[in-house]
Write a protein that binds this ligand. Structure first.
Ligand code: NAD
Length: 507
């Protein structure tokens, strides 16, 4: 009988009020049942909100450097358990061990960055326009934050949300994607071990339409941070708009790698293999379009096809595996549907089938797939597939390449391979993305820089770096007048055109 896991509410590990559970199975080996996790309901969310409100009252009064010190301990504990957590993440998510180690490392980096931010959280002090008066801004926490996360970075994304929210003095309720409940369970165990006070961190497992929706709709949760598909983000955005909630959305992408004729082609080839087929194409920053200059197109496609064909598929814990499975059957069916669409829109140059070798038949594997001669406006060139499918588009000059890059509704990342400094800087200026890489693939964000996208990828906020601290805190302004008299801003200090300020006359 598989282990039944619990929610973490008010500092206790508790059973769901529903009494119901869902299975967590290994996507590379469906026969491997990892455990049962709570299929919680609205009552569990209500309890978590009550606990989080109480936790907030103590945590918001804890000095920020002390909150940071706790997150430093969390970073140390994650470091000590990095390998064990990465193995658990590979088992439930499917990507290779080196990738899940990277995923945990991003959590560690985020913890250490947050720890030091406790001694910054800068405000401004500026001169007042009036005499004997001070003016300053500073940051205050907001309250209970609802955090909803996707399956593809089971550690990094929860930490991107949780650590800055906590550092700013908020309490949190997190609901991880139902495909990967184990990794966040381990993270919450670590927060508990580090000594997080009761109610400050709450974990409620369950399905998106049930627990996710209950969090988004709860009037006691003023802040929602959501990462997931643009379709789900639209629903979340509508509800948060109606309820006047503070909302951060990080959603889909259709990222392009552009290869100019002067590029180092070996480097560009390595880049696209990693960008398109790493994590089985299931990254928001995955390379799903390859824009090749016509002068190098045929040679590059030839080499790419050979290399992609040689990628080793399998269970991510097996040493030499390069590409894991898709996350579930629904994802594989979605990829299959796009392959069918693609056959009417381009030439299938590689793959296009479920991968069914002996070691693969028990998992959701799909062959690395390449379409060539794809038209920029077609569906496989504009819609997010979220699988190992790459659309190759030919272009004639840099203006055309930039135009094609910008012609999609998403705007997360882009990449340009060139040795021309002018093209490099033009790319930074002109590509409509939150992130542009030069001579590097579309994936590779670092924890201390802002992360996010423009257009339908996001709603203007960023995760990571210094910017995310603005999302999880409110700016407050304080004016201190020690003049001992009523001073009316804009009136007493400036009487009007041609007139001396009253104040100046008096002195
Ligand atoms: P998803 O939208 O299916 O689910 C994301 C989360 O939302 C899950 O926890 C899910 O349970 C929950 N959810 C589902 N329906 C909900 C509802 N009605 N109300 C509230 N919550 C609900 O996404 P996914 O398949 O887990 O992740 C893949 C998507 O995430 C891709 O589109 C990818 O591009 C995107 N993503 C974006 C970023 C980014 O930073 N821009 C990072 C990673 C993934």
């Amino acid at each position: 009988m598989a282990d039944k896991h619990k929610n973490f509410i008010g500092g206790e590990w508790v059973k769901p009020t529903t009494g119901e559970y869902f299975e967590n199975r290994n996507p590379a080996k469906q026969s491997d049942l990892i455990g049962l996790w709570p299929r919680s309901g609205r009552d569990d969310v209500d309890r978590a909100v009550e606990a989080a409100r109480r936790g907030y009252e103590t945590w918001r009064r804890t000095p920020a450097p002390e909150r940071g010190a706790l997150l430093k301990t969390v970073g140390d504990l994650l470091t000590a358990r990095k390998d064990e957590i990465a193995r658990a993440a590979t088992r439930e998510m499917g990507k290779t061990l080196q990738e899940t180690r990277g995923d945990v490392q991003e959590g560690i980096d985020t913890a250490y960055y947050a720890a030091t931010e406790g001694r910054r959280l800068f405000g401004h002090t500026v001169p007042s326009e009036l005499r004997d008066k001070w003016a300053m801004s500073f940051r205050r926490p907001i309250g209970v934050c609802g955090l909803i996360t996707p399956f593809n970075f089971p550690m990094a994304i929860p930490t991107w949300k949780m650590f800055p929210a906590l550092l700013c003095g908020n309490s949190v309720i997190i609901k991880p994607a139902e495909d990967v409940p184990h990794t966040v369970t381990l993270l919450v165990e670590i927060l508990e071990e580090a000594g997080i006070p009761r109610g400050v961190v709450n974990l409620v497992h369950g399905l998106g339409e049930e627990v996710g929706a209950a969090i988004v709709e709860h009037p006691g949760i003023p802040v929602i941070s959501f990462t997931g598909s643009t379709e789900t983000g639209r629903i979340v955005g509508r509800i948060c708009g109606e309820m006047h909630k503070r909302l951060s959305l990080e959603m889909g992408g259709k990222n392009a790698q552009i290869v100019m004729p002067d590029a180092d082609l070996d480097l560009a080839l390595e880049g696209v293999l990693w960008g398109a087929f790493g994590t089985t194409g299931q990254r928001c920053t995955a390379t799903s379009r390859l824009l090749l200059h016509e002068d190098i197109h045929d040679e590059f496609v030839d080499r790419l096809r050979k290399q992609a064909k040689g990628l080793k598929l399998g269970y991510g814990l097996d040493g030499d595996v390069e590409v894991g499975p898709l996350i579930n059957e629904a994802s594989r069916e979605k990829v299959e549907q796009y392959v069918e669409i693609g056959q009417g829109e381009g030439d299938l140059a590689l793959g296009g089938e479920r991968a069914t070798g002996r070691a693969l038949k028990d998992g959701f594997f799909f062959e690395p797939t390449i379409f060539t001669d794809v038209q920029p406006g077609s569906r496989i060139a504009t819609e997010e597939i979220f699988g190992p499918v790459l659309s190759v588009i030919r272009f004639g000059d840099v203006d055309e390449a930039f135009r094609i890059n910008n012609e999609v509704k998403y705007g997360l990342s882009s990449s340009v391979y060139t040795r021309d400094v002018n093209v490099s800087f033009r790319a930074l200026q002109e590509l409509d993305n939150g992130i542009t890489y030069v001579n590097a693939p579309t994936i590779g964000a670092e924890a201390h820089l802002p992360f996010g996208g423009v257009k339908q990828t996001g709603n203007g906020h960023r995760e990571g770096g210094w910017e995310v601290y603005e999302f999880y805190s409110e700016t407050k302004v304080g004016y201190l007048d020690y003049s001992g008299r009523l001073q009316r801003a804009q009136i007493d200090n400036y009487a009007g055109p041609g007139q001396e300020p009253e104040e100046a006359e008096r002195l």
